[in-house]
Design a protein. Structure first.
Length: 694
């Protein structure tokens, strides 16, 4: 058998240049191998004698030549399989030797016996196989055959080799394109899988209602498979059945509803539950399950139904089911994708069911569990400001609004309401938070020393001034100065305080040097400063200067819904300090604490809880509720319903004012001044009405 040498294939024959150019144009536009050979057949048939074209590509994994395309209009037989060994195929020889294999007459060929016999049956008399090779790799071979003997001359081989060289480039491009498309599809599948797993994973931690969870899962599944219905069936072991617990079926006709039950032994859900494997049921197989549930599927127009077992913590909960009104809707890839997601879906369902059971049981508990957190905070996340009432939220909203500014703030409220905590929150949210927060209680410092504490003094400024002292204003430079009980500042000192607020400058006692400062001043009081201004007990100009932005802190009786939070917070705080393990607060005690009006506000509540922690011996907080009752009677609150006498009303009013002044009787901010009485008159009334400080 003659084999053409590579030297004899120097170049294409000139008359066929035009056809070769047409072939080049065709193959440059094709990415599909089958379409490529069809175009080649159409362009080559006028100039080349052939009756079939066969493309063989080398499969490196199996070391065989794989038949990819076969065009043979005269073929009456089929080739034995799609794979043939390299040694038994002319294309394999051409691929291995990189030289054309030419068989002028099949009757004279002794090799390739199996192939030659098939070719004889098809009437093929001669063929040639040309290596399909690019500059980068060997691809396979292109085989031309004819029903005539000696059909391929040297000029034909010359031209066909040029065509084959260009076909090799086109085939290589097509294979690369197919690989790229395959990779793209794999990436899309991986993207869909990751997105589904991520959305389901988010649902595990964010959705604790089973029905809302099923809706979220149905929404996530819309991205990866077409369906109209998604349901969750839970197993009822006492009846050996699966019941539809949650359903997302917007287009339902009413046949499938929540609460429907289907037997495990005779339903598609039961098959998935029993085998613990996904089960797909199409409309053509409905007769296998003549149950009421399947009849409902038919009535709803469901054509495809797939059920997935939900296994969590080595136990099976039930099944997740998806249904479509389209035939053969779910592909193996989609089923495999959803199967991978069922582990997380089962975990989400298990968590949601557990939360539902906990939610049902919590109302049956006799006491409330104390939350073991570092601290309880409001929605505004202010440190140590515990509560979630609307009145407190309004205050904290004001704090957020004024904190970034440099405005002076006047904090008003009864004793024990937490005015200092509000001031600290203002400082922490202000641009000055990196600098000092200096506080001073004006009522706790003797009048003669108050000026020195505020402005400082030089050595020898007065008797006892043995060294220079820096005042609070200097210490608070670039920071915040909080003046508590501002109503107790004497009138003669108020003018100096006003100057500092306006000019941001002052002189120490005993010095003539003016000191410039940059201080934001916050003040607090439990007095009615406007009333004091009216009676000449407080300077009006100073009042208007500090009252730029007033904040009124509500008393505890106006935020009763915060009392349980405060009780838990103070219980945890003092239990930790005393190294006690207190786990519950009796509901009856918490109810009594919530109904008490707390004249001493939060300070009184904390003191009571601290006393309760001291008295507690076990894990339940022991609250001395009897003290609340006796204290209520001691301050004049009637123990039974009925009319209040004039004497009782007077007693209640005096006690309330005394609590508001922390039982300070005399002075400009004392209870006598608030009641418009002389100090001796108030003391006389207290003795007559049997009023004693608790």
């Amino acid at each position: 058998m003659p084999i053409a040498s590579s030297a004899s294939l120097a170049g294409p024959c000139p008359p066929r240049y035009e056809t070769l150019l047409a072939v080049s144009e065709v193959i440059s536009l094709q990415h599909d191998l089958s379409a490529l050979l069809q175009d080649l057949v159409r362009h080559l048939r006028p100039v080349v004698d052939f009756d079939f074209i066969k493309l063989l590509l080398y499969d490196a994994d199996k070391h065989v030549m794989r038949l990819h395309v076969l065009d043979s209009p005269h073929t009456r037989s089929t080739y034995p399989g799609y794979d043939v060994s390299v040694e038994e195929s002319p294309g394999g020889w051409a691929w291995r030797t990189q030289k054309p294999v030419v068989v002028p007459h099949v009757d004279e060929e002794t090799r390739f016996s199996a192939l030659i016999e098939v070719l004889r049956q098809d009437g093929v008399k001669s063929f040639c196989a040309l290596p399909l090779t690019t500059s980068l790799r060997r691809l396979g071979a292109l085989v031309f055959g004819s029903v005539d003997e000696h059909a391929y001359s040297e000029s034909d081989l010359c031209f066909l080799q040029q065509v084959t060289n260009q076909v090799a480039v086109a085939v290589d491009n097509a294979l690369n394109y197919e690989n790229a498309e395959s990779a793209r599809r794999e990436l899309e599948q991986e993207r869909d899988q990751l997105r589904l797993l991520l959305e389901v994973n988010n649902a595990v931690f964010t959705i604790l209602d089973v029905r809302q969870l099923v809706k979220a899962i149905a929404s996530s599944l819309q991205h990866v498979l077409h369906h109209e219905c998604c349901s969750l069936s839970l197993y009822e072991p006492e009846r050996n059945q699966l019941r539809v617990f949650a359903l997302d079926f917007p287009g339902s006709r009413g046949w499938i509803q929540e609460g429907m039950a289907s037997p495990v032994d005779d339903s598609p859900d039961g098959t998935a539950f029993t085998t613990r494997k996904p089960f797909l049921l199409n409309a053509t197989e409905y007769e296998r399950y003549p149950s009421e549930f399947v009849r409902c599927l038919i009535a709803e127009g469901i054509q495809s139904y797939c059920s997935f077992p939900l296994i969590s913590r080595h136990r099976i909960l039930g099944t997740l089911n998806v249904a479509s009104q389209q035939e053969l809707s779910f592909t193996p890839r989609e089923i495999n994708l959803l199967t991978q997601a069922t582990n997380q879906i089962a975990m989400a369902v298990d968590n949601a069911l557990a939360f539902s059971r906990i939610d049902e049981l919590k109302d049956k508990l006799a006491g409330e569990k104390v939350y073991l957190e570092e601290e309880v905070k409001t929605a505004y996340n202010f440190n140590q400001l515990v509560g979630d009432s609307q009145s407190l939220k309004r205050v904290l909203k004001q704090v957020e609004q004024v904190a970034p500014t440099g405005s002076t703030v006047l904090i008003r409220g009864e004793t024990g309401t937490g005015k200092e905590l509000i001031a600290r929150a203002l400082h922490q949210l202000s641009p000055r938070r990196q600098h000092a927060f200096i506080k001073m209680n004006c009522a706790a410092i003797p009048t003669g020393l108050l000026e020195s504490e505020l402005f400082g003094h030089e050595k020898g400024a007065f008797t006892g001034a043995i060294a220079r002292k820096v005042g609070r204003f200097e210490l608070a430079h670039q920071g915040t100065l909080f003046l508590d009980e501002i109503g107790d500042v004497p009138l003669e000192l108020q003018s100096k305080l006003l100057r500092v607020l306006q000019e941001q400058e002052f002189e120490r006692l005993g010095s003539t040097r003016t000191i410039k400062i940059d201080v934001r001043v916050m003040t607090a009081t439990n007095c009615d400063l406007a009333h004091m201004v009216e009676y000449g007990q407080f300077r009006s100009d100073l009042y208007y200067r500090i009252n730029v932005f007033p904040i009124v802190v509500p008393p505890l009786r106006d935020r009763a819904e915060d009392i349980p939070l405060l009780v838990r917070y103070f219980t945890q705080k003092h239990a930790r300090l005393m190294n006690k393990n207190i786990e519950t607060i009796p509901a009856i005690a918490l109810n009594a604490l919530s109904k008490y009006d707390w004249p001493g506000n939060i300070r009184e509540l904390e003191n009571l809880i601290e006393r309760a922690v001291i008295l507690t011996q076990g894990s339940a907080l022991h609250v001395p509720i009897e003290e609340l009752k006796s204290h209520r009677n001691a301050i004049g609150v009637p123990s039974v319903n009925g009319a209040v006498t004039l004497e009782e009303a007077e007693r209640m009013h005096i006690v309330r004012v005394l609590h508001g002044t922390d039982w300070v009787i005399g002075g400009s901010a004392g209870a006598a001044a608030r009641l418009g009485l002389k100090r001796t008159t108030l003391i006389s009334k207290m003795q007559r009405l049997d009023i004693h400080r608790p």
